[in-house]
Unconditional design. Structure first.
Ligand code: NDP
Length: 490
């Protein structure tokens, strides 16, 4: 390494992508690496996203067990959910995982700075204690953060980061948004016994996904008790306490139920623990007024690039503040790279990790490696889950003639218990090449299933190759290799 640099690589951001890149550059390529993290190691995924969310999904799914188990001869008595007990264990687990991340970096010889870092020039970062460090390459992996809509009093609502720190579970919650986070937390909170209302401004939640699949998710969410309103948004919000002289919502107001009145009354009595802001009065676009203990804004995330000095040194930012990079994750400043959510390409943990690995291979492995963003499988951890890879029916139809193979049925396990749950298995097939262009699954454990189907779709297998695979019986997913006739051709 030339003397003029303190490091070969300085990484800003200790989330999944940044940690992986730092660790592999140091341990596999012998690079001298430093990493600065202003918050906790593990980033969004480990500390305030995928991991705690999935543990909450597991927690919420136990609510159904006693009823279902009864059909199978068991006598499990439902009991109350202990949020405090669970929360304590949850944070213990996050501490453990953060410790592992630190240990991995330490073991690889990466120097860690628990501070904010900003860019001073093409090779220099400044830490919040005022020291500067020079590096041959700088990698920005600062991720993103939730955004609230531009609405007066929006700070009365919480965002997904706050969910894991609630003092007590609210009795009622309004969730704004119809994306991954809104739908996942609607299901989680509903499972934990919270009365959930969800407003989504568009015609159907989970915009961009296969229409039939998201339709079934929405239907299942409603069946499970979530009060989901589409074509609806929040227009006004204020604390109930601050409306003393204003018109108070009554039970006769269009969409206000007695339970929400009870919730606010109970709060006044101290029966419901005060949450971050106390009961909140909300007015929606359709004129309805309601009171909720908590309002959750799940209205998207913005890249974390503010006040980092990026534009001053010539790093180009996009409309939403994302760092603009080329296929090698390189910015307009050749020594500065960026990976993960801060680039707003495909905002998923495994993608950030792959971008980090490709960056290391390009810069330290001497092998220019573009990031492959094609055919990325993903899952939405609603209840039931949605697993998806490739093109939706709608997108494929716009591109070429396709055959759709689709089946929806009551799965054996819950059907035996008398539940009305339905699952969906769908293949989108090119009429000309027979290649499976997309697969969409709505079912328990769809995330696990789509990981496997993702291999076949990524490999470009044809419908006939799917069919040549023997079914595993009896399973839900055997339908993926036994659907003989197209449901429709377009
Ligand atoms: P999304 O972009 O998926 O969804 C944001 C939602 O908020 C959309 O429904 C959007 O509506 C709505 N919205 C945006 N602005 C407003 C507004 N001003 N008023 C009302 N509604 C608004 O963001 P999320 O925060 O849910 O998730 C962020 C990203 O994180 C995802 O895209 C995904 O990449 C990742 N993620 C992945 C998960 C997984 O893999 N399971 C889980 C959680 C997050 P509209 O559709 O009309 O734009």
């Amino acid at each position: 390494m030339a003397d003029k640099f303190d490091y070969d690589l300085f990484v800003i951001g200790g989330g999944s992508g940044g940690v992986r890149a730092a660790r592999v550059a140091a341990s596999e390529h012998g690079a001298k690496v430093a990493l600065a993290e202003e918050d906790r190691y593990g980033g969004t995924c480990v500390i305030r996203g995928c991991v705690p969310k999935k543990l909450m999904v597991f927690a919420s799914e136990y609510a159904r067990v006693p009823e279902e188990a009864a059909a199978y001869g068991w006598d499990f008595r439902p009991g109350p959910f202990d949020w405090h007990g669970f929360k304590g264990k949850l944070h213990g687990e996050l501490d453990r995982l953060e410790g592992i991340y630190r240990k991995l970096l330490d073991g690889a010889g990466v120097e860690m700075f628990d501070q904010r870092a900003v860019i001073k020039d093409a090779h220099t970062v400044e830490l919040s204690d005022g020291t500067t460090k020079r590096a041959k390459h700088i990698l920005i992996a600062t991720g993103g953060a939730p955004v609230r809509p531009d609405l007066p009093n929006a700070d009365l609502g919480i965002v997904s980061d706050d969910i894991f720190h609630l003092e007590q579970l609210p009795k009622s919650m309004l969730i704004i948004g119809g994306g991954y986070i809104a739908c996942e937390f609607a299901c989680i909170m509903n499972g934990l016994g919270v009365e959930v209302t969800q407003y989504y401004r568009g015609a159907q939640v989970l915009r961009g996904f296969d229409e039939e699949a998201r339709g079934l998710v929405a239907e299942s969410m409603r069946d499970s008790g979530i009060d989901l309103h589409v074509g609806s948004n929040i227009v006004e919000m204020t604390r109930v306490a601050d409306r003393k002289d204003g018109p108070q919502p009554t039970a006769s107001d269009a969409s206000m139920g007695a339970s929400t009145l009870d919730a606010s009354a109970a709060s006044d009595d101290g029966d419901v623990a005060p949450n971050r802001s106390g009961p909140i009065w909300v007015k929606s676009t359709n004129g309805g007024e309601k009171v909720f203990d908590t309002v959750l804004f799940a209205t998207g995330r913005n890249p974390s690039t503010k006040d980092m000095g990026l534009e001053d040194v010539g790093v180009k930012l996009g409309r939403r503040g994302e760092i603009v990079v080329n296929e090698y994750s390189q910015t307009d400043v050749p020594s500065i790279y960026a990976i993960g959510d801060v680039t707003d390409r495909v905002n998923l943990t495994p993608v950030a990790i792959r971008e980090g690995m490709a960056f290391v291979q390009t810069v330290f492995g001497g092998e220019p490696t573009p990031v492959d963003h094609e055919l990325i499988p993903s899952a939405i951890f609603t209840q039931p889950e949605m697993g998806t890879v490739g093109m939706s029916e709608e997108d494929a139809r716009d591109a070429e003639e396709v055959e759709i193979y689709c089946t929806s049925f009551k799965p054996m396990q819950t059907s035996f218990a008398g539940a009305s749950d339905r699952v969906l298995m769908k293949l989108v097939v090119s009429k000309e090449t027979r290649v499976v262009l997309g697969c969409h699954i709505v079912a328990p454990n769809a995330g696990e299933l789509i990981q496997m189907v993702g291999i076949a779709v990524k490999a470009g297998l044809t419908k006939e190759q799917f069919d040549a695979t023997c079914a595993v019986h009896p399973t839900m997913s055997e339908e993926l290799v036994t659907m003989r006739n197209p449901t429709r051709t377009t």
